[in-house]
Design a protein around this ligand. Structure first.
Ligand code: G
Ligand code: G
Ligand code: MN
Ligand code: NA
Length: 254
């Protein structure tokens, strides 16, 4: 309860902010997009992880407002980046299951796109694999409606859930994000065929795009590239950056 009040106060007092982690083309190493990630820095400068406060935001319902705010921030940032010499830049935004199930989610999305002038085809929403497994009919419909706006869908932390291939095939999904746990184990020489390799193959078979997250070293990047993984995100390329730091980083990565 205390944390719930603190979170609401932090939101109102603008102690929450959005950082952006670059996503790169594994072959050219050039930036292609960024993932928007929420941060909370308390007054005594302590950083609280979203994995701690997002569940509280979900439980309290604040996630509806907060999620809309993150989406709008990300859309505005995207417009700025595209104007500064990256016309095809993509922006990925995490969506909570509570937001996603909200009856006004679709109208909220349309309004945010309209108000910010963000190009829908350059926005990607990340849903988790468990969200992608829920109530098939409603989900299929919602994903189709989102796709109609031009916005694309990625499944985050892919490989950690239990989605069946037949189910996945029914969903308007554009990209799978290989969970960083599978990127970490990719250099274990003891393993023959890795889960990352299977996900890349799955993406190819289902004609889904693939991005590896949590790429931390060159060995991982090399193996992923050899396996045909086109995009990557991780500390090897860049940590999540504030808006200003992202603009500086982009200037040196043209
Ligand atoms: O950035 P970090 O690794 O600390 O994020 C931890 C978790 O919080 C990740 O699972 C990430 O997807 C989630 N997260 C970060 N920002 C947002 C956000 O704006 N909305 C939602 N729903 N989840 C977020
Ligand atoms: O679950 P989701 O993919 O949304 O979470 C992304 C989180 O992973 C971000 O909060 C980010 O801070 C974190 N992250 C990004 N790159 C790396 C990395 O290379 N290594 C580790 N350990 N964490 C990372
Ligand atoms: Mn994510
Ligand atoms: Na993830």
């Amino acid at each position: 309860v205390n944390m719930m009040h603190a979170l609401r106060a932090a939101f109102e007092e603008r102690h929450l902010f959005v950082v952006y982690q670059p996503q790169i083309d594994m072959v050219t190493r050039l930036p292609v997009g960024a993932e928007a990630l929420l941060r909370w820095q308390t007054e005594d400068k302590t950083m609280i992880s979203p994995s701690r406060f997002i569940p509280i935001a979900e439980y309290s319902g604040l996630i509806i407002e907060l999620g809309e705010w993150v989406l709008r921030q990300a859309c505005q940032e995207l417009v700025r980046i595209q104007r500064h010499g990256f016309p095809n830049f993509m922006m990925s935004v995490n969506v909570s299951q509570v937001q996603f199930r909200h009856p006004h989610f679709l109208s909220m999305l349309r309004k945010a796109l309209e108000d910010t002038n963000a190009p829908p085809h350059c926005i990607e929403l990340e849903i988790t694999e468990s969200m992608a497994m829920e109530e098939p009919d409603a989900l299929i419909k919602l994903l189709d409606q989102i796709t109609e706006t031009g916005v694309s869908i990625a499944i985050d932390d892919f490989g950690t859930g239990f989605s069946s291939l037949s189910h996945l095939q029914k969903l308007s999904v554009d990209r799978l994000k290989i969970d960083r746990a599978f990127v970490m184990e990719i250099t274990d020489s003891s393993r023959g065929s890795s889960i990352a390799e299977m996900i890349i193959q799955l993406g190819r078979n289902l004609e889904l795009d693939i991005i590896a997250e949590g790429v931390e070293d060159e060995r991982q990047a090399k193996i992923l590239t050899e396996l045909g993984c086109p995009y990557g995100q991780g500390y090897l390329f860049s940590k999540p950056l504030t808006s200003d730091a992202l603009h500086d980083w982009l200037r040196t990565h043209k």
